[in-house]
Design a protein. Structure first.
Length: 69
């Protein structure tokens, strides 16, 4: 079973990342908790799975992060 305190850390980070991406008009449909790490035993927060995106979304991410000019 996962650790509730660690789960909250990951869920908060996930929520904040979704909001930050949305502020730039970016949606990653598969952005979620990494289920195997969420289901694992331990005190570490679960991983966050960024998932896949199409090239247009990748370009928007690069612009939002300041990599493309």
């Amino acid at each position: 079973m996962s650790d509730p305190a660690a789960d909250r850390i990951a869920i908060t980070a996930l929520t904040e990342l979704r909001a930050a991406l949305a502020a730039h008009g970016i949606t990653l449909p598969s952005l979620d908790l990494h289920l195997p790490s969420y289901a694992a035993t331990g005190t570490r927060p679960p991983m966050i799975s960024l998932g896949n995106c199409n090239p247009a979304t990748a370009q928007r991410l690069a612009v939002a992060l300041g990599a493309a000019r």
